[in-house]
Design a protein around this ligand. Sequence first.
Ligand SMILES: Cc1cc2nc3c(=O)[nH]c(=O)nc-3n(C[C@H](O)[C@H](O)[C@H](O)COP(=O)(O)OP(=O)(O)OC[C@H]3O[C@@H](n4cnc5c(N)ncnc54)[C@H](O)[C@@H]3O)c2cc1C
Length: 402
Amino acid sequence: MTETADIVVVGGGCIGASIALHLAEKGVGKVILLEQKELAHGASGKGIGIIRTHYTHPVLAKLAQQSQQLFHQFAERFGGYDAGFNPCGYFVLVGEADVATLTQVVQMHQQMGIEVQLTDAQQVKAVCGELLDLSDVAAVAYEPNSGYGSPPKTTVALAKRAMDLGAEVRTQTPVLEIKLDVEGRVEAVVTPNGEIKTRTVVDCVGPWARQFAEHLGLEFPVTPIVEHVVVVERPTERAAFHPVISDLINLCYLRSDGEQAYTRIGNSDPKYHAQFALQKADEFHGQLFPHICEELHRKLIRRCPGLATVPVVETYSGIWGVTPDYQPIIDRLNYAPGLYCAVGFSGHGYKLSPIIGDLVSRLILGRVNDQVEMLNLFRYSRFQENDWIKSPFSYAQAQGLR
Ligand SMILES: Cc1cc2nc3c(=O)[nH]c(=O)nc-3n(C[C@H](O)[C@H](O)[C@H](O)COP(=O)(O)OP(=O)(O)OC[C@H]3O[C@@H](n4cnc5c(N)ncnc54)[C@H](O)[C@@H]3O)c2cc1C
């Protein structure tokens, strides 16, 4: 007998898991989440997990603010499961060229009710001791409620909660094809185990977006890009835990681990991204481009000279699905009625995942309100319309990444 589902969600990263959970929570009938490998196989498996609200675009800042509130209440809100959230605080460091922009962004955030303050290198020093060389830092923003979480743990938590609420989660089940009926509406998904008839499919395949939709004749401008992380162990005299740091001068970010005196450093310089682009997400096998790892290490030493001689304990890479304006594509696709997408989250998908699940589930159910209407910014057609998302404020070098 042919299997049926009310809604099929494709892709078991944090976005797909969150959407499946929010659909199940709203009692929409039979929800099936299909993942080609294991949960968090893609970007969500390797993300560094920073949860902050510092965005130059007001819609992104609003979404990040709402998502952060959900991270603060994660266990109460999502059945007692743990996202590994550590609200350890977050500093943004800028040089002279970006003081005006930082001031304007902080004012905008304060007007939105985000808890953030402008501060200075002295406060950073008070918290981080002698770890950082702050001689080139002209201004600082501090978000006390931000921090980091564990993307794989969060993905599994969201999926488990979805299952508790009646959704089915099937791993090792790739969707090979989305079938359309003669009128072009979604009719079924095809897997190696057979077809599942459904009128609603949510495409959450992240960096696989371009290759996944090719058979439908849809073009998703989502480039799979390898993103690197270097991990060092701090020496005893600098072992104290430090908050998350966005360094908009050296274009990198730093995060301390909770359990060990490790600092993780990642890249936020857009100039490198084209160098690490892959044709297909399937080409990603954890490869490393050594020159960026060396560059990240140099940036770390520039900001933290006391770490110049400490051992690198690990270098690893993950994969992002990056769009031309570094913002996701979230839409109901009129091209194939019944098809929805939430892909291309670039470097922000993890922090946004709890709120995106709620808003996309509302979009699918037609429960549109002001919140859901914010998603129009991320519409699929913006690239054909040449109407990329642009922020009212722009940092000198970090550009679209903020
Ligand atoms: C090193 C690194 C650091 C990052 N740091 C941060 C950060 O600090 N903060 C932040 O917010 N974000 C960060 N990100 C980005 C964040 O991790 C991603 O935006 C987010 O994980 C995207 O989630 P997703 O569910 O859209 O995609 P993914 O996690 O990639 O999930 C897509 C899933 O779809 C599955 N799939 C693909 N094709 C099929 C198919 N045909 N059938 C079934 N399943 C399929 C894949 O196997 C995969 O599991 C970082 C990413 C990396 C790599």
